[in-house]
Design a protein around this ligand. Structure first.
Ligand code: SAH
Length: 343
């Protein structure tokens, strides 16, 4: 459903305005307003009043409402819980790094992938987000916080490749020179490993960073924590990653949540090293965030460091992700989950 005005590309907007008897520069003005986070047509004072009225009638615009906002005292991370027009809620996190501010956005309300360690999937998939609802998270985080956003990660609630068309359109919008103009190189897309969609994405040859949530080096382990592995087992997934690298020449980032006694052993590290052989990769070790409903526990600090050391010694760049916003439930569906349980 691309008839929401903010999900339209500039040329589609030109088409709409042409039908309203308007020259194409009006479309550019409108596009600019929308991509600056205008909340109503009334604000768009350089557009004729009659046009604003016509647009308001045919293409109502809206902004998500802040339900909760939490700011970490430790590191300035800000977490937003937004209410969408249909009443559903999603989360966005703004993180502050030395290279600039980055937002982590949600791509779906809930998720159907069922990963055992993840809070976002507990209530299943409610619905997919429209392109403009992803764009709104970036725009209104920037407007509300007053902090310029230069980087985006698609690592919030939802599986981006399970909402493929809408996510691709969102990327086009946020990357457009007349809009936020965020470079693809400043965007990371994270997936649990939907192989056919990884291949489809490879064909587009985008310069974004593909992050693959691997979390385990073997089917034996991965099957127990990620149901998606039954459909696309480790070998198939890594073959898709190799094809992706060949097509795009972009190094892949693998996410690996360290779970005590499950995937953090020396044996697991050795298997992982063997699996990644010859594939330009980077491994991001993430200390597991404990989710109340799950029996899985984070690895010890020593286990994480030992694992990292083994990878590094084998020539695989591995970093331990700095955890931000630990004091504000700033990970994957935790805030939405809490809110839903309370209300
Ligand atoms: N669905 C996509 C993107 C959203 S999840 C994906 O699976 O990649 C973003 C990342 O957070 C994924 O790597 C996911 O596996 C990880 N994650 C989810 N729950 C976590 C938890 N409790 N602790 C640490 N990482 C978690």
């Amino acid at each position: 459903m691309m008839n929401h005005i903010k999900s339209m590309t500039l040329s589609e907007m030109e088409g709409v305005l042409k039908e309203l008897g308007q020259p194409s520069f009006r479309a550019r003005q409108l596009y600019t307003w929308l991509h600056k986070g205008a909340r109503s047509y009334e604000e768009m004072t350089n557009l004729p009043k009659a046009l604003r009225d016509a647009l308001a009638e045919q293409y109502p615009i809206c902004a998500p409402e802040v339900v909760r906002k939490q700011e970490s005292k430790a590191d300035g991370t800000i977490k937003y819980l937004w209410r969408l027009t249909d009443g559903n809620c999603v989360e966005t996190v703004l993180m502050r790094y030395h290279y600039g501010n980055s937002v982590c956005i949600s791509t779906e309300v809930g998720c159907r992938m069922g990963c055992a360690f993840c809070a976002s999937t507990l209530g299943g998939l409610v619905r997919r987000l429209e392109p403009y609802e992803m764009l709104d998270q970036v725009l209104f985080t920037q407007v509300d916080s007053g902090l310029p956003v230069g980087h985006i990660v698609l690592m919030g609630i939802g599986e981006p490749l399970d909402n493929y068309d809408n996510v691709m359109r969102f990327l086009e919008l946020v990357n457009s020179p007349e809009g936020m103009n965020i470079s693809m190189r400043h965007i990371s897309l994270s997936t649990c490993g939907l192989v056919p969609k990884i291949d489809e994405l490879a064909e587009k040859k985008l310069q974004l960073t593909l992050s693959v949530s691997l979390h385990a080096p073997s089917d034996q382990i991965r099957d127990t924590i990620m149901p998606v592995n039954k459909a696309y087992p480790v070998q198939q997934l890594l073959e898709a990653c190799r094809r992706y690298y060949k097509k795009t020449n972009r190094r892949i980032s693998f996410e690996y949540a360290m779970i005590r006694g499950v995937n953090d052993t020396e044996e697991a590290a050795k298997q992982l090293i063997a699996q990644l052989k010859g594939l330009p990769a980077h491994v991001n070790l993430i200390p597991l965030n404990h989710v109340e409903e799950s029996p899985l526990k984070p690895s010890t600090k020593q286990a994480v460091i030992r694992f990292q050391k083994l990878l590094e010694e084998a020539g695989i760049p591995a970093t331990v992700r700095r955890t931000l916003g630990g004091d504000i439930d700033a990970s994957c569906g935790q805030l939405r989950r809490k809110y839903t349980k309370e209300t």
